[in-house]
Design a protein around this ligand. Structure first.
Ligand code: ADP
Ligand code: MG
Length: 385
């Protein structure tokens, strides 16, 4: 949780003066994996893990940033002739500043000190939290009202074009627009969003597999290419489709001969996952936790078998989670090849679940999982305190 006194003191020590404070949460995705860049549906929730920033405007156009997480500092001059990416952590922050200015909004210089409780590189989106908190701080300090949908788009653009990661909009959108005690059903095409309450009888539990296989970024881009190939090959039969969002399961089955087998399976994950998210929003609203959990389990099988973005450790952790008493369902969450598993667990079973899963996963893999129950939070804003 945030220690605002420490943040203010650390800012005063490094930069001098009195800062304003801002926050932007990490997220867990309950269901809808890799559907965002297919114009589809996702259902994440913002976490109590968050990136926090102490920041103050400057009289010039220099942005100085320091991260308490890695102990590093950097600066950028917004008036420099060219501000190219540097290939390190600063791209997430400076990329947002560059994109905001490219969109025609003029920023003031600023001193920014960031500190994040989002585990880095674990699939809980520390990257989006860093982008969003930086963008929120810069806009606010420059006297601009923050449109959280526009900010999410600019942060995604920064990650796509400045960092070079072709992510969809889910992470930035939920960090900007999360709703306390709710998951957010997002239509990634229209960007319409609908908060869906989490039944108080259940808790979201996140378990970190503690592994992250290095091929993640390359494989991510390969999956995107397969989806784009699928759309291209289906277009002659299906007319003016622009994304897999436009393809029904029946249409996919009828036209599977147009697709190489691997492309077909990649597309089948996206098409069935979109259907699962729509069904999941429905059953969650009706309080049918059992049905929701079954959709989570089916989502994991589809990621493992059709999309092939899981890994041995995550499959082990999911299997352990799914076999516990009081669990409704469990699946990998995030981009894949490691990272975290999300489970929906009956409130009264949570303590035992955490203990048993940790022990069984350690016995199976030798890794000690960080496991915690989560309460969904509001999206980015000023940090009070
Ligand atoms: P995830 O978003 O799942 O945590 P990513 O690989 O997308 O994983 O983003 C992690 C990267 O984001 C880190 O390697 C680092 O460059 C950057 N990052 C995130 N938070 C911070 C922070 N508080 N300070 C410095 N760098 C950070
Ligand atoms: Mg990320």
């Amino acid at each position: 949780m945030s220690d605002t006194v420490h943040l203010r003191e650390a800012f005063a020590e490094r930069f001098g003066g009195t800062p304003q404070l801002f926050r932007a949460p990490g997220r867990v995705n309950l269901i809808g994996e890799h559907t965002d860049y297919n114009d589809g549906f996702v259902m994440p929730a913002a976490l109590e893990f968050e990136a926090e920033a102490a920041a103050a405007a400057r009289d010039d156009r220099i942005i100085r940033i320091h991260s308490l997480n890695n102990g590093k500092s950097a600066e950028i001059d917004l008036d420099a002739a060219a501000n190219a990416p540097r290939g390190d952590w600063t791209d997430y922050a400076f990329g947002v500043a560059v994109m905001i200015e490219q969109a025609g909004t003029t920023l003031k210089g600023a001193d920014i000190l960031v500190s994040s409780t989002v585990p880095v590189g674990s699939g809980l989106s520390s990257s989006a939290a860093l982008e969003v908190v930086t963008g929120y701080a810069l806009l606010s300090l420059s006297g601009h009202a923050v449109d959280t949908v526009e900010l999410a788009k600019l942060c995604q653009k920064a990650e796509n074009e400045y960092v070079g990661m072709r992510c969809g909009i889910m992470d930035q959108f939920i960090s900007c627009n999360g709703v306390h005690d709710h998951a957010l059903m997002i239509d990634c095409r229209s960007l319409e969003r609908k908060p869906v309450p989490i039944d108080p009888k259940a808790r979201i539990v996140v378990a970190n597999s503690m592994v992250h296989h290095a091929l993640a970024d390359g494989e991510y881009n390969k999956r995107r290419n397969s989806c784009e190939e699928g759309v291209r090959l289906l277009q002659p039969a299906l007319g003016d489709i622009t994304a897999l969002r436009d393809v029904s399961f029946d249409a996919l089955e009828e036209n599977r001969d147009f697709l190489p087998d691997l492309t077909y399976r990649r597309c089948r994950h996206i098409v069935t996952e979109n259907e699962r998210v729509l069904a999941a929003a429905d059953v969650l609203e009706r309080g049918d936790l059992k049905a929701f959990g079954q959709l989570m389990n089916a989502s994991h099988a589809s990621m493992r078998d059709d999309y092939e973005i899981s890994c041995a450790e995550v499959d082990t952790l999911v299997a352990i989670a799914q076999s516990q008493p009081g669990v409704f369902g469990a699946r990998m969450t995030g981009g894949g090849f490691g990272g975290c598993v999300v489970s929906l667990v009956a409130v009264e079973a949570v303590d035992d679940f955490i203990e048993t899963v940790r022990a069984a996963y350690f016995e199976a893999t030798g890794h000690t999982s960080d496991i915690f129950a989560c309460a969904p939070q509001d999206g980015a804003g000023p940090l009070v305190g």
